[in-house]
Write a protein of this length. Structure first.
Ligand code: HGY
Ligand code: MN
Ligand code: MN
Ligand code: MN
Length: 410
């Protein structure tokens, strides 16, 4: 493996993470850069400036995906290193940002070494990976690979009632450029966001794939009434219905066991007052399983639960799918490359599935794709205390550098 001794600059990488982490920083720590908000725009502007400082050609496509390209001897296909810089509302410094910033660090290292690659190397930051403000998640990469039309994506309305197209225009990232036409390989470095690597004291995860995801929004309609005068038998209590559905999801997920997970992450009552029986409830149900058949079993259980509660509580329940992605397997050859490269670099490795969704699962539709995981302290993520040790950040970036060289050099 040529350039085997080449290493990224850990201090520079940490500085990149800390500088981006200041954008959208929350008072008590952590970051909020919800997709297409003013704080995310500042993050985008910062990233574009960093790309230009590295001499990259910057392209912004019509869904706002940002691509920074370093020329190779040949025009293409591109070796792409990507992830996202949008965060959930209580996000950390590393989810998404690490993959993009480590990509920039790989570019800086190639520049320092005056290394000319055969294929172009492109760093990508995809729009709206989190899906927290606009559903579905992995939206920008889904449009990039042709899984959702641009027109449909631009018409999506956020949880705060804004149309995606307008928000994209408002932050000045409704691009007109074309991203890379052909991708030779896609690598995404990401924090694990779970406890496995830390529990087993393993330094690098070679990710096998991503589990299936099913997001549903339920709108429950009852009738508001006086909390004191209305007998129980006359109530159509949307709040009680929502609570029973949440409890029911917890019960059937536990009864299924195995890898099944289920989450009621959002639940809003109207009018949300202490002495008024709730008229409406809007809630979300996130179901995931690495096995497509079992995920369908969970979805069927949710359907039965909704019908049962609607009948018993005499409410109407409207459901809307927010996201539905089947499990994805990454490219075996790239998984081997990641695993083997990490071992040559002296790191302990293990293979594992990803519990979280990632842009890599979309890129896998058009090119060989794979992911490198580094440990999350206490397995915590989507939480302001998200943390990964600097040494682990650097380890992941060095694996990313070496697998990039393997793909981009002749
Ligand atoms: O929900 C997810 O798994 C991802 O963070 N969007
Ligand atoms: Mn992420
Ligand atoms: Mn995330
Ligand atoms: Mn994700």
């Amino acid at each position: 493996m040529i350039f085997q001794e080449l290493r990224i600059n850990p201090t520079r990488l940490i500085s990149r993470v800390e500088r981006l982490g200041k954008i959208g920083a929350l008072e008590g720590g952590g970051v909020c850069r919800l997709a297409l908000t003013p704080s995310e725009k500042l993050g985008r502007d910062h990233l574009v400036a960093e790309m230009k400082a590295l001499g990259l050609d910057v392209a912004i496509d019509p869904i706002g995906n940002i691509f920074g390209a370093r020329k190779g001897r040949r025009e293409g296909p591109a070796v792409m290193l990507g992830s996202h810089i949008d965060t959930v509302a209580t996000g950390g410094l590393y989810d998404g940002a690490l993959g993009v910033l480590a990509g920039l660090e790989v570019i800086a290292t190639l520049n320092e070494g005056n290394i000319e690659t055969d294929l172009p190397v492109v760093v990508a930051a995809f729009t709206n990976e989190e899906g927290a403000r606009f559903a579905p998640d992995m939206l920008g990469s889904l449009v990039f690979v042709g899984g959702l039309s641009l027109a449909e994506a631009l018409d999506i309305v956020s949880i705060d009632g804004k149309r995606l197209g307008e928000e994209l225009e408002a932050i000045g990232y409704a691009g007109t450029d074309q991203g890379p036409e052909e991708v030779a390989a896609y690598f995404e470095l990401h924090i694990e966001q779970g406890p496995v690597l830390e529990d087993e004291k393993v330094e690098i995860g070679a990710v096998l794939g991503v589990q299936g995801i099913s997001w549903t929004e339920l709108t429950i309609r009852g009738r508001s009434a006086h909390a004191g005068t209305t007998p129980i038998r006359l109530r159509r209590d949307a709040g009680l219905a929502a609570a029973r559905i949440a409890a029911g999801v917890g019960a059937f997920v536990r009864s299924m066991g195995g890898d099944q997970v289920g989450t009621v992450g959002a639940s809003t009552l109207t009018p949300n007052l202490v002495n008024v029986v709730a008229e409406t409830a809007v809630m979300t149900v996130d179901l995931r399983n690495p096995d497509e058949g079992l995920l369908q079993v969970a979805e069927a259980k949710l359907t039965a639960l909704i019908e049962q509660i609607a009948g018993e509580e005499e409410v109407t329940i409207e459901r809307r799918s927010l996201a539905r992605f089947e499990p994805v397997d990454f490219a075996p050859a790239l998984i081997e490359t990641i695993d083997g490269t990490a071992r040559v670099l002296g790191f302990s490795t293990r293979r594992l599935f990803s519990g979280a969704g990632h842009d890599a699962q979309m890129l896998a539709r058009i090119a060989p794709a794979a992911m490198i995981f580094v440990p999350s302290v206490k397995g915590i993520s989507h939480n302001i205390t998200e943390y990964t040790e600097p040494a682990d950040l650097a380890n992941g970036a060095n694996v990313l550098l070496q697998v990039t060289l393997k793909q981009a050099l002749p």
